[in-house]
Design a protein around this ligand. Sequence first.
Ligand SMILES: NC(=O)c1ccc[n+]([C@@H]2O[C@H](COP(=O)([O-])OP(=O)(O)OC[C@H]3O[C@@H](n4cnc5c(N)ncnc54)[C@H](OP(=O)(O)O)[C@@H]3O)[C@@H](O)[C@H]2O)c1
Length: 290
Amino acid sequence: MPQVALGSWWVTSDEAYQATKLALQAGYRHFDSAWNYGTQSGIGQALVESGLPREELFLTTKLADMINCTDAFSDALRQIDEALRELQTDYLDAFLIHHPASNECNLATWHALEQAHRAGKVRAIGTSNFCVAQLQYLIDRADVAPAVNQIAFHIGIMPAMLPVVTFCQQNGIAVMGYSPLAIKFDESDALLRADGFTGGLGTKYGRSGAEVSLRFVVQHGAVVITQTKSRAHLQSNIGILGWRLTDDEMAALDAQTTPSGFMADNAFGSGSCIDYGVFLPADVKDTFNV
Ligand SMILES: NC(=O)c1ccc[n+]([C@@H]2O[C@H](COP(=O)([O-])OP(=O)(O)OC[C@H]3O[C@@H](n4cnc5c(N)ncnc54)[C@H](OP(=O)(O)O)[C@@H]3O)[C@@H](O)[C@H]2O)c1
């Protein structure tokens, strides 16, 4: 699985099309989408036009949130077929439940993902924003255990997030880290781009704050998913694999509690598992575009 992926949250499908084309030129082969983002079509079109063999690409996408659990199984199967059609492919490399609902609803949805996996439509099935107890519930009852958990992963959030990362690593669940720059909801967090929260490590290594922040994620063994429309950022972001932070530097960054990022007050920040379907009001869902 390519360790640096291009994300597509908060961009239009046309912008995702353009960014995917640029990213392919820069060497990206892993693309992250979701039903909620509305970017599957743009990404799919750019990939088809690239002419690259399908096996060289890695496509991750995610299910829309299940507010009403009654149709979870059929809704999930329908959305997988829709993702295949929009991405113009006959299989997905990873398909994830985007946000946890109740455990019962997660399991009903999971059975649909297992069926799609058995049918060869999805190679790896997984979760996103699941905490330890929610993962354990699935592991205890599923035929196919989650292969991936995609979670917020950036400097400042690790005291809350490391238990989830450790659990995943101990249970053979690959971690995909999103929002590595932590900047969507709090402009003060934009400093992650400018070496402000990296203790000057960017200056030490001749890298930007953004590069240190992304390097931090992959050095934890996680995939890093970052989003950019800039050709220069695409190139610097994929260049993070050829150097290392020291163990002491990683430990210092792990202990940091700022910037908090937008996940700070939710499931991981409060230490409890959240059922997004119950707790996330419609207007908040609109604001967050989830
Ligand atoms: N599973 C989930 O619930 C979930 C939630 C959030 C995100 N995600 C996924 O993860 C992806 C990444 O997360 P994200 O979109 O929140 O944010 P992000 O990658 O942390 O930050 C993106 C922002 O950083 C800027 N940026 C990127 N590279 C930069 C660089 N080298 N230097 C300076 N600025 C840089 C981009 O602007 P420019 O265009 O100017 O570069 C953009 O505004 C999403 O697109 C989505 O695919 C998943």
